[in-house]
Ligand binder design. Sequence first.
Ligand SMILES: Nc1ncnc2c1ncn2[C@@H]1O[C@H](COP(=O)(O)OP(=O)(O)OP(=O)(O)O)[C@@H](O)[C@H]1O
Ligand SMILES: [Mg+2]
Length: 298
Amino acid sequence: MKAAKILHELEKEDIRILAAVELGMKKHEMVPIKHISFFARFDLEETEYRLDRVHKIGLLQRNKVGSVAYCLNSEGYDVLALHTLFSKGHIESIGPSLGKGKESDVYRCLTKDNIQVALKLHRLGQTSFRNIRKFRSYVEDRTHTSWLYISRLSAKREYEGLNRVYKLHLRTPKPIAQNRHALVMSIIQGEEISKFDELNNPAQHFNEIIREYKLFFSEAHVIHGDLCEFNILLNPDDQILIIDWPQWEDWNHPNAKELVTRDITNLCAFFKKKGVESNPDEIIQDILVLNPKFRTNL
Ligand SMILES: Nc1ncnc2c1ncn2[C@@H]1O[C@H](COP(=O)(O)OP(=O)(O)OP(=O)(O)O)[C@@H](O)[C@H]1O
Ligand SMILES: [Mg+2]
């Protein structure tokens, strides 16, 4: 991973300049140098020297028209998150990729105590961000900062959701730390059930998933919100694991019924292809009535 390699070459002043650009991005699409200088508490000369250096390393984007201004690119944002996680000892080294989701990169890492953990970097809205960069000489709409904001929000949501469900001691990853768009969690072994042509005990897995889903709902008051064959893993002991929690919602969410319906409909459709017949409406009702709010008006 590029950011991990670069991190070791950086001086603490480089990190400070990146953090100053990040601060400036709360208000600006492209942050003018004098604002960066203010946030970094460097004089203009030092600020320009650092910006130039960090830009050459490939962590910033510079505008091409008007007065000089900068914003972080995704590697710059990775560097800031990794720097924080490294300095807190949550990770010490980054290894190979564990998987690539629709909107994330997941890596195998080691902590300072040599424990293996998973690092998930949320990457929302970056495809459109790249397209914008390709077609314009400078970026002028809010899409620019929104990738950074929504990626951070997504990691934060997943961390909160995992904290809520992990307390139940079911088979979900253990949340360890979160910073910006990065989430550190326990590593789990397994393959997505979508990858299996045949499952040994499809009916048993199906029942186990429903049983856990009910516990998430009734005990943690959480709806997964993105339950599908890509987010259910099967470990070598043939046990299921449920991952990918950024889209969770509280069981009292105004769309709770729709979210449960979508999750269970997806699940039943996948298992139907594996020969498991079920009645989704009945299962959805069984789940919803666990919340007193739904008992009277189903
Ligand atoms: N804790 C973990 N341990 C080991 N591998 C993991 C872990 N979390 C995720 N992975 C691997 O990375 C892949 C992508 O993870 P995940 O499903 O959480 O991301 P995603 O699909 O991009 O999420 P999103 O739906 O938020 O875009 C998984 O399919 C899995 O192979
Ligand atoms: Mg996924």
